[in-house]
Design a protein around this ligand. Structure first.
Ligand code: HEM
Length: 127
C-alpha cells in the first residue's frame, strides 16, 4: 500500500520550514533593495508568522494566525520588482534545502496568487 505524503511532510515538517524561513530572511535583509522595508520590524514575530503561513501553504496542520496579507503590507509601497526579488529569495532557499520541482511549482503558483494583495503598483499586464 502506498501513502502519499503531503508537501509539508515531504520537506521535513515545521523544523525544515523554520530553517528555510531563517535562511530566507537572512537573504532578504542582506539585499540592499529590500532591507529598508524591514527597519524596526519585530523579526521574531514576522518569522513566526511566515513559518506558519508557509507550513499551511505546504499542507501542514498549523493554522495561520497573522494578519491578512493585504492588511499586513498596506501602505508599504511594495513594487512588483521588489516582490519578485523576495519570491526569488524564497525559491532559492527552498531549492538549496533540496525541495523538489513539484513543490517549487506549487510555491510559485501561490506567490502568483497573493501578489496582487501585497504589491502596491502591480506590473503592467498585457492582456
Ligand atoms: C512574497 C510573498 C510574501 C509573503 C507570503 C509575505 C508574508 C508576510 C507575513 C506572513 C507577514 C506577517 C504578518 C503579521 O505579522 O501579521 C508579513 C509582514 C511583512 N512583510 Fe511580507 N510577505 C511577502 C512579501 C513581502 C515583500 C515583497 C515585502 C517587502 C519588500 C514584505 C515586507 C513585509 C514587512 C516589512 C512585514 C512586517 C510588517 C509589520 O510587522 O508591520 N513582504 N509578510
Amino acid at each position: 500500500m502506498t501513502t502519499s505524503l503531503s508537501y509539508y511532510e515531504q520537506v521535513g515538517g515545521a523544523p525544515a520550514v523554520r530553517t528555510v524561513v531563517d535562511g530566507f530572511y537572512v537573504r532578504v535583509l542582506d539585499d540592499a533593495d529590500l532591507r529598508p522595508y524591514f527597519a524596526g520590524v519585530d523579526m521574531p514575530r514576522l518569522k513566526r508568522h511566515m513559518v506558519v503561513l508557509l507550513c499551511s501553504v505546504l499542507g501542514g496542520p498549523e493554522p495561520y494566525e497573522g494578519r491578512d496579507l493585504a492588511e499586513a503590507h498596506r501602505g508599504m509601497g511594495i513594487t512588483a520588482e521588489h516582490y519578485a526579488k523576495v519570491g526569488e529569495h524564497l525559491l532559492s532557499v527552498l531549492r538549496e534545502a533540496g525541495v523538489g520541482d513539484e513543490i517549487l511549482q506549487h510555491v510559485v503558483l501561490t506567490l502568483n496568487k497573493v501578489e496582487s494583495s501585497i504589491v502596491a503598483e502591480p506590473a503592467e499586464t498585457a492582456d
